[in-house]
Ligand binder design. Structure first.
Ligand code: AMP
Length: 565
């Protein structure tokens, strides 16, 4: 039996709120964290946004609040204002039938409102490290009665240089407090923080691939550095972008890219750390409302940014840390929607791409840069689709009257239609298709390439009927997938007959094979899940064990065996 909310012994007001929010079952992180926090344990939670982690700590906090006491009883420290506001919102929603008093504190705004609220008395404080510490130092915020502290997105706080502030804040709390730390990744510095400030912490981990990668299509385009902008604009032409977040390595590159994109007719805005809090929020609001479709940011500027359903994440530059990649692409494909993560990599960055693939257990399909002909054909398709739509709708009454009067005055209808198309296409001229220089000869690896499929039907209607954004593998020798040799030394590529259609996820494959064959999970390398089959790289050293367990493998009730293809 899986764990239910009823198993947590929560106060009735919280159960009422859970029902009101429509949650029927705890998420895995909630099932792991809530009982431990209820028992009073310190906990390290490895999970990122989208897993239900906020409610995982908010429920135990609220369950423990004494509603009669108007002093800070719980504290949540978050790296950014956005995250602090989100956490507050969640605590307020869950505490709506308890009438809990929550204060959010963050920098960049006046003190007066936060101080007023503190004077009136608050029960939960949520804030960013700098302002929290400031209030503590000024003697305005007394944390001595705080019984629960949550450090949310600790790795973000670490990379933003907040660790010392966090340590100083913790020093102002009681040693008796319960401490919970959440982090998407657990690098050594975070483990050290946990060792220092948590007592015998229990760890609950939600695998990153379970929350992000499964819903994300990943592609990589190898390009010359100086062609990145040109390639990006070509991809813009071919992709169905509803909202895009583009990551650059530096703030300067963010600014330059936004200028270039705007000049080339692709409206975009920068989310920069330089912006005032107000301007930043304004930009974010416009992005959330869909008024700005393309946002360009550095990793630092994008921290804590919560937007759902981003259709595309572009890695204009690969991140320096492999783990950052997961943060970036975790912003796409949320809420059950499949997102696309596109990386532009220099030929010299192949090794880094491999590392990312290994880390995410997902292959990045290598795309071929759309040609000028493909882009022109796509533009034409778009134009003709629009015309077809108006023909079907038949509601262009005013325009029809105009045509009739022009025809009556002797204009040839065909000439007029051609002229009208010319006018309609004028906007395209603002977007010339930029030239791209070829990659150095030795950088080309045709066997792993994918391309936009325009191979079927030269007639307009067929090609339009079939999605032109669909990718198919071209010139990808079967052997490279089915062959015994993996790309990596010491690894052998095996194949199984289950895939995406069976709901297979990388974690299922690892759990089943490693668990059944009795081998460590690290003996498995890259896992590439296709629609009906999956390839798994395994360490040669464990091959015998793996193959000898072949009659016993099962995933989601379905048996499978591994073959060498
Ligand atoms: P978080 O990971 O805390 O950012 O939560 C992601 C989303 O999941 C939020 O919109 C929550 O409202 C939602 N959520 C949290 N817990 C549950 C649950 N048990 N069932 C359904 N949705 C949930």
């Amino acid at each position: 039996m899986s764990i239910q909310f009823e198993d947590f012994n929560l106060r009735p007001e919280l159960v009422q709120a859970i029902t009101a929010l429509g949650y029927t079952q705890p998420t895995p992180i909630q099932a792991g964290i809530i009982p431990l926090m209820q028992e009073g344990c310190d906990v390290t939670g490895q999970a990122q946004t989208g897993t239900g982690k906020t409610a995982a700590f908010a429920l135990p906090i609220l369950n423990r609040i004494d509603p009669q006491q108007y002093l800070p009883q719980a504290l949540v420290v978050a790296p950014t204002r956005e995250l602090a506001l989100q956490v507050t919102e969640m605590i307020q929603s869950l505490g709506q039938f308890m009438g809990v008093s929550v204060l959010t504190v963050y920098g960049g705004t006046s003190y007066s409102q936060q101080l007023n609220q503190l004077r009136r008395g608050v029960q939960v404080v949520v804030g960013t490290p700098g302002r929290l510490l400031d209030l503590v130092k000024r003697g305005r915020l007394d944390l001595t009665e705080v019984h629960t502290v949550v450090l949310d997105e600790a790795d973000e706080m670490l990379s933003m240089g907040f660790v010392e502030d966090v340590e100083a804040i913790l020093a102002g709390t009681s040693d008796e407090r319960q401490t919970t730390l959440f982090s998407a990744t657990l690098p050594p510095r975070i483990r050290e923080l946990a060792r220092k400030y948590l007592r015998n912490p229990k760890t609950v981990a939600i695998q990153t691939e379970q929350v992000t990668v499964a819903a994300t299509e990943q592609r990589v385009y190898y390009v010359n550095e100086h062609d990145k902008l040109a390639v990006l604009t070509r991809l813009f032409e071919m992709e169905d972008i509803t909202s895009a977040l583009i990551f650059t390595r530096t703030r300067v590159r963010t600014g330059e890219l936004v200028n270039e994109l705007n000049m080339r007719g692709y409206p975009s805005e920068a989310l920069s750390g330089d912006l005032s809090q107000e301007a930043r929020e304004h930009t974010m609001a416009r992005f959330r409302a869909g008024q700005v479709k393309v946002l360009v940011a550095t990793d630092v500027a994008a921290r804590g940014l919560d937007v759902e359903g981003i259709s595309h994440v572009f890695n204009y530059d690969l991140p320096e840390e492999t783990e950052t990649f997961v943060h970036r692409i975790g912003r796409t494909g949320r809420a059950g929607r499949t997102g696309v993560a596109i990386s532009l990599a220099r030929p010299s960055e192949r090794r880094q791409v491999r590392q990312i693939e290994q880390f995410t257990h997902q292959e990045m399909l290598e795309g071929t840069i759309p040609t000028a002909e493909e882009i022109q054909a796509k533009r034409l398709d778009g134009l003709l689709s629009k015309i077809e739509m108006w023909l079907k709708r038949g509601r262009a009454r005013e325009e029809r009257a105009l045509v009739e009067s022009l025809v009556a005055s002797g204009v040839d209808p065909i000439d007029m239609a051609a002229a009208a198309l010319k006018v309609a296409r004028a906007e395209e001229k603002q977007r010339p298709i930029p030239e791209i220089s070829p990659l150095p000869e030795k950088a080309v690896r045709p066997e792993r390439r994918l391309r936009y499929d325009r191979s079927e039907g030269s007639g307009r209607s067929e090609s339009r009927g079939k999605s032109q954004r669909e990718f198919t593998a071209h010139a990808k020798p079967r052997a490279s997938v089915r062959g015994k040799q993996s790309d990596e030394e010491g690894m052998i590529r095996l194949e199984m007959g289950l895939g995406k259609v069976d709901g297979l996820r990388p974690s299922d494959v690892v759990a089943s094979i490693a668990g059944t064959a009795g081998i460590p999970g690290t003996a498995l390398g890259r896992i590439y899940i296709q629609n009906h089959r999956t390839t798994v790289d395994v360490s040669e050293a464990y091959l015998e064990k793996i193959v000898s367990a072949n009659t016993k493998y099962k995933v989601r009730g379905q048996s499978f065996s591994l073959t060498k293809g």
